[in-house]
Each structure stands twice: as structure tokens, then as C-alpha cells.
Design a protein around this ligand. Structure first.
Ligand SMILES: Nc1ncnc2c1ncn2[C@@H]1O[C@H](COP(=O)(O)OP(=O)(O)OP(=O)(O)O)[C@@H](O)[C@H]1O
Ligand SMILES: [Mg+2]
Length: 360
């Protein structure tokens, strides 16, 4: 197990800068998840740590060692890819032991470690099969097994579950959580899946265009986002972000009036850095609407998505930025009708529309 430390890490492909000087500390044994929009550099960052790409500047430390420029095999990391990348002509057993055999490890040791990994992953009955005789979930387990067998200091996962169906994803997610608690290894995990990020991570790193926007525990990012990007990215459905104006600011409370929606002014408390007349963006999560809230927005509901336990009403569904309201049992919202969505103003966040930063 080892700490991972990135210092001013940069990567360019030709003249295109993809990673712009990333500083990041991951503690030994930590489960760290990278999230961010497609193309923001998650896989590139993982490949830099693995040594599959050379950095353009900066340094990578694993434990005490500066591994910048060192061969992938000598870094003590193992990577699990979305595509599994198993050898079709080898059995499960051979696939799992292959990396270790290549390093010249004694055949008996290889065999012992493969058996142990097979036990952890419930693959004992499948060791003689070829990859094409396995289901997707079983193949993914073999790919993880191959990483375990190498006893790496750091596991790197690049969207390992995204080829699996919903039910299998949930099962594999639980298995990965268990694996982490059993092995106590440092794990770095890339995903597009909000639930995976929130449930697996000790720490989430939100990336945008090759830069870190915020690092924190899942609930810290959810409850205390530093900026509009993180606020909108963490949480599903996405936080509502609405233009507004500060009407007055006194005694640590900013009274704001929404400009795009019909509502009465409401006071957001614990705000020191606002001034009367200032334009702001108000953020309210869909799940934070509730009948007992003292503030309200009058909206015209276009569409309601009924998901069983929860439902979401969309106002302005044809626009890029519909208002999304989480509905509770007994709510009288109907598609095509007016609806008053109540919320507690304490739950609202304020952002500066120019810088995107949180106003506190
Ligand atoms: N070998 C390469 N040559 C040139 N550009 C590359 C190369 N690999 C990646 N890029 C570019 O670097 C940027 C980051 O790519 P990367 O694969 O790291 O994104 P990502 O965050 O993993 O995205 P996704 O969520 O779609 O997997 C993208 O703009 C991509 O086009
Ligand atoms: Mg990727």
C-alpha cells in the first residue's frame, strides 16, 4: 500500500495541453475516484500514474519513490480497463497468472496467488475456462483477479463496470467495495456513474478540462461545493441553477429575487460576501423541494417522470435548463398545470455568475 502524490503534473499531446499542472495527494489505503465530463483527462491522468503515458512536466511519487519516467512494470501498480483486455487463447488461470509469470516469479508462487485471488472473486469453478466461455461480469472479475495476483501497491481502475448491465454493476460495485476493505489497498477509480462515485469513494476528485475543480469526501462535495461546476456535476438529477438578483444584504442574510421565475424574494442566511444589486446564481437541488419550505417558485409543469419511489417534475422541459422538482407522495403536481414548488431557503446556494465561485 502506498501514498500517491502528483506534483505539477502536465501532459500535452503534440501542441494540445490536456493536463495542466495537477497537484494531488492520495493517502495510502484510500479509495479515490476521478469524475468529470468526457474528455476532461481522467483516463490520461490514470495512464500517467500507470506509466502508460509519459508526462510532459511534473512528478509522480508512489510511496517514497519518484516513479516519473520509470517503466510501468516497475511502478507497483496494476490497471483494470473497461475493455477487460483478456487473452482469448488462455484459460482464466493462465490469464490471471500471466503478468506475474512474465516477471519471472516462481510457478508455485504464481499458482498460489491465482488460487487465492480466485477464492476472493468466486472464480474457483471457472479457472479452466477460456474468456469466450464467460459472462461479462465473470470476465471483469478475471481482469480484477489479474490485478490482485500482482499484489500491487496501487490499483488503477478505468470505468471497469461500464460494460455491465445495471444489476451486475450493483453486484460488482459491492464486490469492489469489499475488495477494498479486505485488501486495504490504495485504489484510484475512474467512473461516469454518480452512484459508484458517491458510494465507493473516500475522496472524489472533480476534473474539468485537465484541471482539478475540487477534491473532497462525497458528502462534502454534495453539501459544500466550492463552485457552480461541482454543484452541477455532483448530484443526480442536476442542481437547479437560476439567475437572480440580490435585493438587500443585512445581518449575514442575502435577500434574493429570481429573475427567470415567478417567486417572492427569499433570504439566504450565512452569507457575508453579497451586495445589494449584485447578480447571482441560486442553486437548489431537485430533492430539496418540500411542501413545508417557506420560499416558493411558481412553475408550469411540462413533464413528470415517475420512477416508482421518487418522481421528478420538469418545468421548461424544452429548454436547456429546465427547473427540476423532486416530488413527494401526495404532491398534486400534474403535467400541463401550474404548480407551486416550495423549498427551504437555507438549502439554497449562491454563486457568482462571472467567476462561477460560491458566494459565502
Ligand atoms: N493519444 C492521444 N493523442 C491525442 N489526444 C489525446 C490522446 N489521448 C487522449 N487525448 C485527448 O486528451 C483529452 C483527454 O482524454 P481522456 O481520454 O483522458 O479523457 P477522459 O476524461 O478519460 O474522457 P472519457 O470520459 O470520454 O473517457 C481528450 O481531449 C482527448 O481527445
Ligand atoms: Mg476515459
Amino acid at each position: 500500500m502506498a501514498d500517491v502524490e502528483l506534483k505539477k503534473l502536465k501532459k500535452s499531446f503534440g501542441s494540445v495541453d490536456v493536463i495542466h499542472g495537477v497537484d494531488l495527494s492520495i493517502k495510502s489505503g484510500e479509495f479515490c475516484v476521478f469524475v468529470g465530463p468526457s474528455g476532461c483527462g481522467k483516463s490520461t491522468l490514470l495512464r500517467l500514474i500507470a506509466g502508460l503515458e509519459d508526462s510532459s512536466a511534473g512528478q509522480i511519487f508512489i510511496g517514497e519513490n519518484n516513479v516519473t519516467g520509470i517503466e510501468p512494470a516497475d511502478r507497483g501498480v496494476a490497471m483494470v480497463f473497461q475493455s477487460y483486455a483478456l487473452y482469448p487463447h488462455m484459460s482464466v488461470k493462465e490469464n490471471m497468472g500471466f503478468g506475474l509469470r512474465m516477471t519471472g516469479t516462481d510457478a508455485r508462487v504464481v499458482s498460489e496467488r491465482v488460487e487465492k485471488a480466485a477464492q476472493i472473486l468466486h472464480l474457483e469453478q471457472l479457472l479452466e475456462r477460456k474468456p469466450k466461455q464467460l459472462s461479462g461480469g465473470q470476465r471483469q472479475r478475471v481482469a480484477i483477479g489479474r490485478a490482485i495476483v500482482r499484489e500491487p501497491k496501487v490499483f488503477l481502475f478505468d470505468e471497469p463496470l461500464s460494460n455491465l448491465d445495471a444489476e451486475l454493476r450493483v453486484r460488482m460495485r459491492l464486490e469492489i467495495a469489499k475488495l477494498h476493505s479486505d485488501l486495504k489497498a490504495t485504489m484510484i477509480y475512474v467512473t461516469h456513474d454518480q452512484v459508484e462515485a458517491m458510494t465507493l469513494a473516500d475522496k472524489i476528485v472533480v476534473l474539468r478540462a485537465g484541471r482539478i475543480e475540487q477534491v473532497g469526501a462525497p458528502l462534502e462535495l454534495y453539501g459544500n461545493p466550492d463552485n457552480m461546476f461541482v454543484a452541477g456535476f455532483i448530484g443526480s438529477p442536476k442542481m437547479n441553477l437560476m439567475n437572480a438578483k440580490v435585493v438587500s444584504h443585512e445581518n449575514g442574510a442575502a435577500t434574493v429575487q429570481l429573475t427567470g421565475f415567478e417567486s417572492a424574494p427569499f433570504a439566504v442566511t450565512d452569507i457575508t460576501a453579497a451586495t445589494a444589486g449584485q447578480e447571482v446564481v441560486v442553486g437548489i437541488r431537485p430533492e430539496h423541494f418540500s411542501a413545508d419550505g417557506s420560499a416558493h417558485i411558481n412553475a408550469h409543469i411540462d413533464v413528470i417522470e415517475y420512477l416508482g419511489g421518487v418522481s421528478y417534475a420538469y418545468a421548461g422541459a424544452s429548454t436547456d435548463d429546465p427547473l427540476i422538482v423532486g416530488l413527494h407522495e401526495g404532491d398534486n403536481a400534474r403535467p400541463g398545470q401550474a404548480y407551486t414548488a416550495h423549498f427551504d431557503p437555507q438549502r439554497a446556494f449562491l454563486f457568482d455568475p462571472k467567476t462561477g465561485l460560491r458566494i459565502r
